[in-house]
Write a protein that binds this ligand. Structure first.
Ligand code: ZN
Length: 64
């Protein structure tokens, strides 16, 4: 499963559509330029430091 990383804020969101670009499940990223978002797979996440998961996109996955 892919996620969308806002590289500006280091916040990870769930994509709201198949393309995964544009709007996150929580409605965020709407005003974030594409250059500041990045597709990241679950495995690739291990290579990123200091990434915070969006509480709205990932509610129920712990860490609340
Ligand atoms: Zn979110």
């Amino acid at each position: 499963m892919n996620h969308v990383l806002n590289t500006h804020t280091n916040t990870l969101h769930k994509p709201n559509n198949e393309d995964g670009i544009g709007v996150a499940v929580c409605g965020s990223l709407r005003e974030v330029p594409l250059a500041r978002t990045q597709f990241v797979s679950e495995a690739e996440l291990d290579t990123y430091d200091g990434v915070a998961r969006c509480g709205n996109c990932f509610e129920g996955t712990g860490g609340y």
